[in-house]
Design a protein around this ligand. Structure first.
Ligand code: ADP
Ligand code: MG
Length: 575
């Protein structure tokens, strides 16, 4: 239908009850922009309507080189959503009546660049998936405002966001190149025997505890790798060598005085599984994509996890080979998180003393003398960290400023000294020789790979009230799955609420499509589907080719983490 058809339809329903807006659902050819009205909200105060704006890729002048491989296309889509957010802010003048009238939005990202449903680029068309509050006076249709919104503002948003001009084209190229560069650096880690790389000049600290933007000002110390730990990877944009710190596979210890930048380095590494926007400061900090941050999380749920490598028989004879609890302690939660991560394929663990349970990390000689090993269920991490790598190939990067007991275990020891990394490996090893720790290694049995678990399908349900599937996300760490709240506060590598939403729907997809097999196999299938079909059909009620809702791609580890924390879920060990 045409613009004039939409306009006369809107005039026809002017002042009618809000539900009359349902009549305008459909597709409208507005000349250089096609407007799709996919979902009309039921009420001016309800969640806003879902619309799409589509332009022709060639007519918009979008350079095909901006999306000629997967990394570049994902980057371009992420970029266009950001541009549209900026344009919406400039063009759309906000309230056009009651409730959410006139509020226009797009689900663009933060410092990380993620595969997301907010924008789509194909050879034929470019599309923005937006939300808009259809204008109302009280609860009746405001045609004049709706015409201005749908026929003036939104086409302008599409044109200004998607039609390439000189300036925009240069910025788009820089954005896409920066992202592709990161993917290229990350792809070199494995063959170089590295689990992470931090390029010289990187800016790791963030503006504040509440802001993920880079810290700025004269006191910021850019990262520079010491010669002995420096490697050169091959950059793509610009082509040529990139010097930086290479964190090798094995056991890496980050030591140093308090407030010298240890946790800041580890935080950058845990975010390095994602790509970052130009200017973030961490554009050349890349980490093994299978790295998982492990932290203590007392109070969390644990379902049938074999934590016995770390925690032996508990008081009252409770065994730990298939440990279930609704209220984990710091040490049991940390043990479970390690086993769960490895179960679904983690190859690097990231730990920080700040977020670890002390009794899980260390047990020194004096404590060993006082509390007999038969009275201590915990095998501290220090006694397993070496074996994790030697037996299972799982590397660890660990911040530990408080105990030298790890010196003997570490392949590399990096000291953060006033925000500068130094290689103190030789000294740490010499000290370990000179001052032998009097502690005994306390392990009950050799470390073995975790048992695969299977999901009991009927124990996962997103049903609430009359709805079969009701999934809400209030914040990046707050998922409500059916009637169950899932606390994801300890899942630090979730970075975007739309990832959390995708995690919720991914759990529903696991329930629906569960064939026989283990959790790891189910995640393999889910990821293959994401690769093939994208995220559009995560919501089971969305039809193909419609506005899919707001999703950003989560990793398998975060999907598993949510399942592992879902209090209703039962998993069975297939040992
Ligand atoms: P640690 O874990 O060693 O105690 P943190 O990593 O928490 O220290 O850092 C302490 C403070 O120093 C933080 O406020 C952080 O933002 C700041 N900081 C970290 N790295 C740098 C840097 N390279 N330049 C300037 N400030 C930094
Ligand atoms: Mg710290």
């Amino acid at each position: 239908m045409s613009a004039s058809a939409l306009e006369s339809e809107l005039r026809r329903i002017d002042r009618r009850g809000y539900r009359a807006y349902k009549d305008i659902a459909g597709a409208y050819d507005l000349g250089d922009v096609v407007l799709f009205i996919d979902h009309v909200q039921g009420d001016p105060f309800a969640a806003p309507s879902k619309l799409r704006l589509r332009v022709d890729t060639q007519r918009a002048g979008i350079d095909p080189a901006l999306f000629d491989n997967r990394a570049r296309r994902v980057a371009l889509e992420d970029y266009l959503a950001r541009v549209a957010r900026r344009v919406i802010h400039d063009v759309c003048r906000g309230a056009r009546g009651s409730g959410k009238s006139g509020a226009v939005g797009i689900d663009a990202g933060g410092q990380e660049v993620l595969e997301r449903t907010a924008a789509v680029v194909t050879e034929d068309f470019v599309e923005l998936r937006i939300t808009a509050g259809l204008p109302a006076a009280g609860r009746s249709v405001l045609a004049r405002e709706a015409i201005a919104l749908l026929l003036d503002d939104l086409p302008a948003v599409a044109r200004l966001s998607l039609y390439a001009d000189e300036l925009g084209a240069a910025e788009a190229r820089r954005f896409v190149d920066t992202v592709e560069d990161q993917a290229h650096l990350r792809a070199q880690l494995a063959e170089r025997g590295l689990v992470a790389f931090v390029a010289d000049g990187s800016i790791l600290p963030r503006a504040s505890g509440a802001s993920d933007r880079p810290l700025s000002g004269k006191d910021v110390v850019p990262f520079v790798a010491p010669d002995s730990l420096a490697v050169e990877l091959e950059g793509l944009h610009p082509p040529g060598p990139v010097r930086g710190l290479g964190v090798r596979r094995g056991v890496t210890l980050i030591v140093g005085g308090g407030y010298h930048g240890k946790s800041t380095l580890l935080s950058a590494l845990q975010r390095g599984v994602y790509d970052h926007v130009p200017g973030d400061g961490r554009e050349r900090v890349v980490t093994d994509a299978r790295s998982v941050k492990i932290r203590a999380e007392d109070g969390r749920r644990i379902a049938s996890v074999d934590i016995s490598p770390f925690i032996g028989a508990l008081p009252q004879g409770r065994t730990t080979t298939s440990f279930t609890t609704d209220d984990a302690s710091g040490s049991t939660s940390q043990a479970a998180s390690i086993v769960e991560a490895i179960e679904v394929g983690a190859t690097t663990l990231l730990l920080d003393e700040d977020t670890s349970a002390t009794n899980f990390m260390v047990r020194d000689a004096r404590m060993q003398a006082l509390v007999h090993r038969d009275d201590e269920p915990i095998t501290p991490f220090v006694d397993r960290v070496r074996e994790l790598f030697d037996a299972l190939g799982v590397s660890t990067v660990l911040v530990m400023g408080g105990s030298g007991d790890y010196f003997d275990q570490a392949d590399t020891v990096i000291q953060m000294d006033a925000y500068a990394p130094r290689d103190v490996t030789a000294r740490a090893h010499a000290i370990a020789e000179a001052h032998a720790t009097a502690r005994q290694r306390e392990v009950r049995a050799p470390l073995t790979a975790p048992h695969p678990r299977e999901i009991e399908r009927r124990t996962i349900s997103a049903a609430r009230g009359k709805r079969d599937v009701k999934i809400d996300v209030r914040a990046v760490d707050r998922l409500t799955f059916g009637t169950t709240d899932v606390d994801l506060g300890g899942v630090e590598q979730l970075v975007d609420p739309s990832q959390t939403r995708a995690v919720g729907y991914a759990l529903e997809a696991l329930r629906r499509d569960l064939e026989d097999g283990t959790l790891a196999e189910a995640l393999d299938r889910l990821e293959a589907r994401f690769d093939e079909d994208g995220l559009d059909l995560l919501d089971p009620f969305v039809r193909a080719g419609r506005h899919p809702g707001h999703f950003a791609r989560p990793r398998r580890f975060e999907i598993a983490a949510a399942l592992n924390r879902l209090r209703s879920a039962r998993l069975v060990s297939r040992s």
